[in-house]
Design a protein. Structure first.
Length: 338
């Protein structure tokens, strides 16, 4: 059977058709996430760019936004490439998602497939809703990726023109979330779950409300481990490794071996993110807010709350990372507001 991407290379008309289909999929993500700009990259090359505005004249502010986004995506790729050996030493795969605070809001980098990613800029207060929406859109985009892009072709940036308003417009969704918005599965997923809670010696000042929030964010179909760090040390950890439904994800490891491994990871990650911030400040005037890494069959979440205070979360179930995304975002908002 012939490779569809190779066939598209031989047939320019088919290639244009496939790229049109791919651009439509990107636009659907753009609209469902409430974004204005979205860039698709293969490594450091922006292969397609979409914006939910009419095509602007040359030298307009909107054109400058597209150039800044494409440049920012390249720079962030270079930074993560430089840190690849650090991530390998942590026994994780490549980053799934990186969120960086920049002067214009937040720069979000999300892996689509090997060496391909999407990049966008959004208001920081919209991240809570944007991240799961973008992740869901990428799940739909991923299967068609190899069919729509040849290995070595490059495509110019393009604007998606806004459709004229319909006679009966559909109400726009409300993006963003308040500090009291809980994921639908928070609490419910954790109902009847066996928790293990551990507070570090001398950490008696950790509010009970903090521990309660962390337990509420855990669930069989979501996050399985959480650690709250202050001053570079864990002050409180909670997990549900003892739950029968989670135990199978541990493989040959014991629950305590996993706790020890993630405790070490939580102490090493600030060094990696510190080096990342040095480069970010120089290139993007930004600071890392969140990074999500591949591990085994799940993901590790590193979420900066404030100076010297951060969260480490772990999900061991690759099939329920959307739920883990929602819970870590909700918990981060709750703890950052304390």
């Amino acid at each position: 059977m012939s490779d569809p991407s190779t066939a598209a290379e031989r047939d320019p008309e088919r290639g244009r058709q496939k790229m049109g289909e791919f651009e439509t999929q990107l636009r659907q993500i753009l609209e469902s996430c409430g974004l204005t700009h979205l860039a698709f990259y293969h490594r450091d090359r922006a292969k397609m760019f979409s914006a939910e505005i009419p095509e602007p004249p040359d030298e307009s502010p909107a054109e400058a936004i597209s150039h800044r986004l494409e440049r920012s995506g390249r720079q962030l790729f270079y930074i993560l490439e430089e840190l690849a050996s650090d991530f390998a030493e942590l026994r994780t795969g490549s980053p799934i998602r990186t969120v960086v605070h920049v002067p214009t809001g937040a720069l979000l980098y999300h892996s689509v497939a090997a060496e391909s990613h999407l990049c966008c800029v959004t208001r920081a207060d919209l991240l809570g809703e944007l991240i799961p929406r973008l992740a869901e859109g990428i799940v739909d985009l991923r299967p068609s990726l190899s069919h729509h892009l040849g290995a070595h072709r490059s495509y110019p940036s393009r604007y998606a023109r806004r459709e004229p308003p319909s006679a009966d417009p559909t109400p726009s969704p409300t993006y963003g979330a308040t500090d009291t918005d809980r994921p639908e599965t928070a609490g419910k997923a954790a109902e009847g779950t066996a928790y293990t809670v551990d507070q570090a010696a001398g950490a008696d000042d950790v509010p009970t409300a903090t521990t309660d929030l962390m337990c509420e964010a855990l669930g069989v179909h979501g996050l399985h481990y959480l650690a709250y760090y202050t001053g570079g040390a864990p002050t409180c950890t909670v997990d549900i490794f003892a739950d029968p439904a989670v135990r199978s994800f541990l493989g040959s490891s014991t629950a305590q071996q996993r706790r020890d491994r993630y405790s070490l990871l939580g102490q090493l990650l600030p060094g990696v993110t510190g080096r990342m911030n040095t480069s970010l400040n120089a290139l993007l005037e930004g600071e890392m807010r969140q990074i999500v890494l591949n591990i085994e069959r799940g993901a590790v979440y590193f979420q900066q709350l404030r100076e010297h205070c951060y969260l480490l979360g772990v999900s061991l179930d690759q099939s329920h990372l959307a739920e883990a995304d929602r819970h870590i975002e909700w918990l981060g908002r709750e703890l950052a507001s304390e």
